[in-house]
Ligand binder design. Structure first.
Ligand SMILES: NC(=O)c1ccc[n+]([C@@H]2O[C@H](COP(=O)([O-])OP(=O)(O)OC[C@H]3O[C@@H](n4cnc5c(N)ncnc54)[C@H](O)[C@@H]3O)[C@@H](O)[C@H]2O)c1
Ligand SMILES: O=C(O)C(=O)C[C@@H](O)[C@H](O)[C@H](O)COP(=O)(O)O
Ligand SMILES: [Zn+2]
Length: 378
């Protein structure tokens, strides 16, 4: 293991509104001139609203606030803290976030700064997309999942009881700043959840990356800085490449939904993860969903069963669930899937694979086949 901290990495996201993803330890440290300069370049106007949650704010908000003040001393800054958890990614909380922007008097050159995991990032990003028809958003992701996935690409949303992310907008951030030192306070379960989305990139784009993850599983679980930084940067490269080519998910971007048709149905059917609930969180539901998608691929004659077995073994090695939780009814899950955003007038569409690293969208998947996979449960 190297004694040197990992070098800072930057991934550029191309497109009509390009932006940079900065990754490395200490990027929220206001004492570093390069950090101050990075944020100063993207802040405009007089107002900023820092959005965070009840777990993250006590741990990390002070550093973000100090950096924001250093980057733009004239800033009128307020902080709005939402209760933590997927159960809170609601229209009601979104409305409260808009109220906080109104109370601040945020003008069109204001910035929403999202400090948190994917729940905060999605909700704050959606508020930025809607306030005065769109203001800037800067993402400061604090979970592994948010660093590798949700802070990048501009999908913003809240959930409805009927389904995940059913109300939202595409609204790319102005910048993503991932200070990897905040991962030290991340609960173990959330670290593992983030690894599920990292595995997803290998599953759909690159079998060699899956082999790398297998070889570095122990280092990743031990939070080795070098392994984590590499996994984050590689994941951001995969995502940046696809969202730059297909920002509005008209084609290829849908591959990032591998495991999500099953996963989102599980999350909604369980009533979403939150304090005191046993529900799977997003990353866990995606882990189960990817195994089910691999099984569906095999049932439809697209992929060998061994590919699914290997994926399941890797996810289990990373401490992730891979079987359908007890008590969930296959029929109810299929009914949920009819509201999946990839479904169309012709029925369900799934991201399936031929083998690791080679995925595609398959239309007209029979509900009976989906039920059969769910009834087998893993
Ligand atoms: N927009 C996208 O492209 C995209 C991509 C993937 C996932 N998502 C969404 O992201 C959400 C899941 O995100 P998540 O897994 O980050 O969940 P999350 O935001 O609920 O965070 C997980 C938990 O970790 C806590 N936490 C966050 N950072 C912490 C830290 N550094 N130290 C201690 N605790 C910390 C949070 O308070 C929360 O309790 C889902 O709603 C999912 O739909 C969106
Ligand atoms: O960025 C994307 O595109 C993704 O699909 C990334 C997913 O990991 C993420 O969970 C996303 O929010 C799902 O999008 P949805 O359109 O199915 O709600
Ligand atoms: Zn996801």
């Amino acid at each position: 293991m190297s004694l040197h901290p990992p070098a800072q990495r930057t991934v550029e996201v191309a497109g009509d509104a390009p932006y940079a993803i900065s990754i490395g330890p200490g990027l929220l440290d206001a004492a570093r001139a390069d950090n101050v300069q990075r944020l100063a370049q993207v802040l405009r106007g007089r107002h900023a609203l820092l959005v965070s949650d009840s777990h993250v704010a006590p741990l990390h908000a002070q550093r973000a606030i100090a950096l924001l003040h250093a980057a733009r001393p004239q800033l009128a800054l307020s902080t709005w803290v939402m209760p933590a958890g997927e159960q809170e990614k609601t229209l009601a909380r979104f409305g409260e976030c808009l109220d906080a922007l109104a109370a601040l008097g945020a003008t069109r050159d204001a910035t929403v700064v999202a400090l948190g995991g994917g729940v905060v990032g999605d909700l704050a990003g959606f508020a930025a997309a809607c306030w005065m028809r769109g203001i800037d958003c800067v993402q400061l992701p604090t979970t592994l999942l948010a660093m590798v996935d949700s802070s990048v690409g501009g999908k913003t949303a809240v959930d409805l009881p009927q389904g995940k992310n059913l109300v939202g907008a595409f609204h790319p951030p102005r910048a993503v700043i991932a200070d990897t030192s905040v991962l030290r306070t991340l609960p173990e379960r959330e670290l593992r959840a983030g690894l599920a989305e990292v595995v997803k990139y290998g599953a759909v784009f690159d079998a060699q990356f899956l082999a790398w993850l297998d070889a570095h599983a122990d280092a990743l679980l031990a939070r080795d800085d070098h392994a984590l930084t590499e996994a984050i940067a590689r994941s951001c490269e995969f995502k940046a490449d696809v969202v730059a080519r297909d920002p509005y998910e008209r084609g290829h971007r849908a591959l990032l939904n591998f495991g999500h048709t099953f996963g989102h149905a599980i999350e909604a059917e369980q009533g979403y993860a939150g304090s005191g609930s046993d529900a799977l969180n997003h990353g866990e539901a995606v882990a189960v969903g990817m195994v089910l998608a691999a099984r569906l691929s095999t049932l439809l004659g697209l992929a060998p069963a061994e590919a699914g077995d290997r994926l399941q073994a890797l996810l289990q090695r990373l401490g992730l669930p891979t079987g359908l939780p007890p008590g969930l009814d296959p029929g109810a899950l299929v009914a949920r899937m009819r509201l999946d955003k990839k479904a169309d007038a012709h029925g369900l569409r799934f991201v399936l694979w031929d083998r690791a690293g080679s995925a595609r969208v398959v239309a007209g998947v029979a509900e009976d086949a989906v039920r059969a996979v769910l009834e087998a449960r893993a």
